[in-house]
Design a protein around this ligand. Sequence first.
Ligand code: S3P
Length: 167
Amino acid sequence: MAIILIGFMGAGKTSVGKLLGKKTEKNFIDLDYEISKRLQMPISEFFVEYGEEKFRETEHELLLEYHQSSGVISTGGGCIETVACRELLKQQTQVIYLQAEFNTLWNRIIDDQLNIRPLAQSNESKDLKRIYQKRLEFYEDCAAHTIATDHLTTEDVVKQILQTIDW
Ligand code: S3P
């Protein structure tokens, strides 16, 4: 059964997922990477050309395809915006919510020059905070386990996950 990481942008889903994959000797699947391969363009470009709704459709398709694998899956922060994704996630027992306060996430997002996040580019801090607040209940609803990551390193988070789940 897959271990699925959820959480807002900047929660560390990709770095935690990579390390967790290594430690558990499971395949690491970065859903955003798979989506941009499927779309044959960077996510930021796809948002501009086709819009968020089309992006969400592909995101759901790929979650459906991969959720039954035995890998470690990092999802995009907005995956839980889609009802069908939430329904699917709620049925899984290994969904880990990487939780953090908005200010922690905002600082990580603006420090990360490599990852172009369309929603972070098109929204100011206060608007992104509104999106964060709206999503909180979705993350909590879908999570089988929650890890508060504000003061933890990637290593610490992985250690906590390994103590929390069966793998
Ligand atoms: C999104 C988060 C991104 C990516 C896309 C949309 C969101 O993933 O899927 O830009 O709606 O929060 P990360 O959470 O990995 O940055």
